[in-house]
Design a protein around this ligand. Structure first.
Ligand code: GLU
Length: 471
């Protein structure tokens, strides 16, 4: 077994997901905070897969979450594929390590087999709650004699392994977000560290691995806060080092309920498929329950440099889709042209001629948030399928036939030079402002809003513009 000296340890955070589903924004935020803190301290960001339960599909979800993290730019420096000194990094491969620690606890009388059935425990729990007592384990199997234990094992009775928690003590620690925490061991009771099927319980391997993998700071959801005193007791009993803990407020939906895999919040894969950009997601999540001084879009490095646990709020962080959309728009505005073009996707690539692609991306950039928006503008500009909105139709009717006759003449004279065309109209028909621009936009693009006409008209071209102005 490993032995430890308590010299200052290099800074290390970790993300320890249970691969039982696709990552959603709530989990990613935890990963991001851990990543940002590690990057800020030039420390290590570790990834560990907590796959000890009997659920299926771990392999598939593990690969999916690795892909999501990479796509978001949250690369880990230690863990699956990255390697490191403390592997294996999937808990399903660490059974022999956990066995050693179970044995160590048992041999010192700090853990004991418990034969109580689920049914029995459920009744005890109910009785305790009815009597307004904490529903902790009664300690029934604590004092079983060795012969009795042997006999029950010989009869193949299923048993869990319980960690013995000393009564009448307190466990205290400084939570880096929530401040000083005090728990009474009387509320905890002896708890299960190995299930009756032999698999280690979450509390146990999670704490052991943080210690063995030399994690120095655990940032996780506050739903784990009550696990922490149990884990501290365990690590102390084993003489293993304690990490610092920071329990962050959970992300809640509009209904105030936690965003979870089950509550229908979008997975990272879905967000990616609809065209969300990694920087948009990172900028949004880094501000969800955490404040920065600057409101501008930041690179991952800048997000890391300015991140601070002291800037985290304790109140639940409310998911707000309009904020996410704001950062998406910002991220699109700042995307390098080449990447913007790639992001627009195949459907746009087929419609936009090669030599027009730079002009097109520059023209529509400020008016799009998703590839689907870019496709709509590509169809308006480069195909004959113009859908004219009701409002656009009205603006055209109000302008009248003569307005468009002049517009056509101006087009023949000046070509696709929007400034010259609109100037001619202004002078000839004595119109300006909305009365000038709205009907033109309506006829040429079928809508009253959109990218600058001066940029789009050359792309639409004289021939197509002529048809659209023939009203
Ligand atoms: N596997 C746990 C989870 O996904 C990890 C909790 C922790 O970060 O300690 O909730």
């Amino acid at each position: 077994m490993a032995s430890f000296t308590m010299t200052a340890r290099p800074f290390k955070t970790r993300f320890a997901p249970s691969p039982t589903g696709l990552l959603h924004l709530g989990n990613i935020r935890t990963a991001l905070f851990n990543f940002l803190l590690a990057r800020q301290a030039q420390g290590t960001f570790l990834l560990r897969l907590e796959d000890t339960d009997a659920l299926r599909g771990h392999e598939k979800y593990a690969r999916a979450l690795e892909q999501d993290l990479r796509w978001l730019g949250l690369a880990w420096n230690e863990g699956p594929e990255a390697g490191g000194q403390h592997g294996p990094y999937a808990q399903s491969e660490r059974g022999s390590i956990y066995k050693e620690y179970f044995a160590a606890l048992e041999s010192r009388g700090l853990a004991y087999p418990c034969f109580c059935s689920e049914h029995e425990l459920a009744i005890a729990r109910k009785t305790a709650l009815a009597a307004h007592r904490p529903p902790r384990y009664s300690g029934k199997c604590r004092a079983l004699l060795p012969q009795e234990v042997q006999a029950r094992f010989a009869r193949a009775e299923p048993a869990t392994l319980r960690f013995r928690v000393e009564e009448g003590k307190t466990v205290e620690f400084e939570d880096k977000v929530r401040g000083w925490q005090v728990f009474s061991t009387d509320d905890i009771g002896d708890y299960v560290i190995r299930r009756s099927d032999g698999t280690p319980a979450f509390f146990f391997c999670n704490a052991i691995d943080d210690a063995l993998m030399e994690v120095t700071l655990v940032v996780r959801g506050e739903d784990h806060l009550t696990n922490t005193p149990r884990q501290i007791l365990l690590l102390q009993a084993l003489g293993l080092p304690l990490p610092d803990y920071a329990h962050i407020a959970l992300v809640v939906g509009a209904d105030g309920a936690p965003l979870s895999k089950r509550s229908g919040s979008k997975s990272v894969q879905e967000l990616r498929a609809s065209g969300f950009l990694p920087l948009a997601i990172n900028n949004y999540l880094a501000r969800l329950g955490h404040t920065y001084d600057a409101n501008a879009l930041m690179s991952l490095n800048a997000l890391a440099e300015n991140f601070g646990l002291s800037r985290l709020g304790r109140a639940p962080a409310r998911y707000d889709e309009t904020q996410l959309m704001h950062w998406q728009h910002e991220a699109v505005l700042h995307l390098p042209s080449e990447s913007l073009w790639t992001w627009m996707g195949e459907a746009v690539h087929t419609l936009v001629p090669m030599e027009k692609r730079e002009e097109f991306t520059a023209a529509v950039r400020a008016n799009i948030s998703f590839p689907a928006d870019a496709l709509r503008w590509a169809q308006i500009v480069f195909t004959d399928q113009l859908v004219v909105s009701h409002a656009a139709r009205e603006a055209m009717t109000t302008a009248g036939q003569e307005f468009f006759a002049t517009a056509r003449q101006a087009l023949e004279k000046h070509g696709a030079d929007f400034k010259a065309v609109s100037e001619t109209l202004r002078q000839t028909r004595a119109v300006s402002g909305k009365a000038l621009f709205q009907p033109l936009r309506a006829a040429l693009m079928g809508e009253l809003d959109g990218p600058e006409m001066a940029k789009l008209l050359p792309l639409i071209g004289v021939e197509r513009a002529r048809k659209r102005l023939s009203i």
